[in-house]
Write a protein that binds this ligand. Structure first.
Ligand SMILES: [Zn+2]
Length: 424
């Protein structure tokens, strides 16, 4: 860190807790966790609340056509590419108070401290509250940041629907937004100097290590495969075991093979494989299943490892189908690219932890975040705070406010350094 730069005032833990508490009021399921889904009344009112909070800090606030909020603190050289910080403010159904919100409120607190310090700043500093990181309502995640990355089109918006059949396109229109203008959200390489996002860990690596802050090395990206196995329906008593074409038994063997292959994969530091949804037909107790359809979710922090694993999975599934005499169809839904943090940003976050005397360690993010999308057009860095018992996406989700304070402390110090840097 530059010694001549003013030292920022301490982060205010009570202020952070108050923002979390106030955001909790925008909740469709009080008493049963927090539910704030994209473009519902609760989520919309949370957006208006965050806009007011940004304006109260003196930020210049814009809302883009996906509803992303961008609150900017101008620097002395506003033509330079801005530094971004922030996270999402939507939640899953019956989620917690911290997933997403932690990164928005600590960004607000970091900016509040930078303003209070009166420290000189060259670049603009923008707090971004991203729309719909959770796929909870429309089945697709990172809607705001995906549009910024240019990975979402008007036909996509018309295709994705909620459970009532309302398209994302029509839902945006109903809120007075203009989805036809989606190209205006798009950022290209060089538009943003870099981005830092604080997020809860959603795992228990930090808690087990007793370390308050994590520095993310890479974010795993998902691939999703839909698989249908076709066998032969027959009488559960009449058809001998040796002559069956049981679609469900074949699907089970495939699921176990996936578990083994991901467990044994040595090609990357972290990967997961999950069969999370399955349906069988005709689904009757005395009929051998004719068809089994299931999902495969594979996540990996390394793109080459993920592609190799996909090939291995497809080959093995085919071998199982052939041996059991059943049909097999596999459709790849998406295969996103893992994001790697910029080494200069990891180094800066580590130094910022050291100068505050806060312990930290590097780790991999299994879940994806908006930063994964941002990595396609700007260098990214992520800071993790511990999740109690590793729990997230549930009402029990909890992060110690002292850890949020530590995160806001380090985030603010690093952001002040970045807005004055000429190069990373
Ligand atoms: Zn999140």
């Amino acid at each position: 860190m530059n010694d001549s730069r003013p030292i920022l005032p301490e982060a205010d833990q009570a202020r952070i807790e108050q923002w979390i508490h106030e955001l909790d009021q925008f909740n469709a399921t009080p008493g049963e966790g927090v539910t704030r889904q994209y473009l519902t009344d609760e989520e919309w009112n949370a957006r208006l609340y965050l806009r007011r909070e940004m304006e109260a800090l003196g930020l210049q606030v814009e809302m883009d056509c996906m509803g992303d909020l961008l609150g900017t603190l101008p620097g002395s050289e506003p033509d330079l590419a801005p530094v971004w910080t922030g996270s999402h403010f939507d939640t899953v159904l019956h989620g917690g108070s911290f997933d997403g919100a932690a990164g928005v409120v600590t960004a607000l607190e970091a900016v509040r401290r930078i303003i209070a310090s009166g420290a000189p700043r060259k670049r603009n500093l923008t707090v971004v509250a991203y729309s719909a990181e959770e796929p909870a309502r429309f089945g697709i995640g990172c809607i705001g940041s995906r549009a910024m990355a240019g990975m979402l089109t008007v036909p996509d918006l018309k295709k994705f629907c909620d459970k009532d059949g309302l398209s994302l396109y029509d839902a945006l229109k109903a809120r007075g937004l203009n989805p036809d203008d989606i190209e205006s959200c798009r950022r290209k390489s060089g538009d943003v100097f870099c981005s830092l996002e604080l997020h809860i860990e959603q795992n228990s690596v930090l808690e087990r290590a007793g370390v308050p802050l994590g520095i993310v090395k890479a974010i795993c990206a998902p691939l999703n495969l839909n698989v249908t196995v076709t066998g032969q329906a027959a009488h559960a008593g009449g058809m001998p075991m040796s002559e069956r074409k049981d679609a469900f038994a074949a699907a089970c063997e495939m699921s176990l093979a996936l578990e083994r292959m991901t467990r044994e994969n040595q090609a990357s530091e972290y990967c997961t494989g999950t069969v999370g949804s399955i349906s069988i037909a005709p689904n009757a107790s005395n009929i051998i299943p004719r068809e089994a359809s299931f999902t495969v979710d594979i996540r990996d922090c390394d793109a080459a490892s993920k592609d190799a694993l996909l090939t291995q999975v497809q080959t093995e599934f085919q071998a199982i189908a052939q041996r059991r005499g059943v049909g097999l169809a596999m459709t790849l839904q998406n295969n996103d690219t893992p994001a790697v943090s910029h080494p200069a940003l990891m180094e800066l976050l580590e130094k910022s932890c050291q100068s505050r005397g806060i312990a930290c360690q590097q780790l991999i993010s299994g879940p994806f975040h908006d930063s994964m999308m941002l990595a396609s057009f700007t260098p990214i860095g992520m800071l993790f705070v511990p999740s109690r018992d590793g729990l997230s996406h549930c009402p029990e989700e909890w992060t110690d406010p002292a850890h949020l304070k530590a995160g806001a402390q380090v985030l603010g110090d690093a952001l002040l350094e970045l807005v004055n840097r000429d190069t990373l």
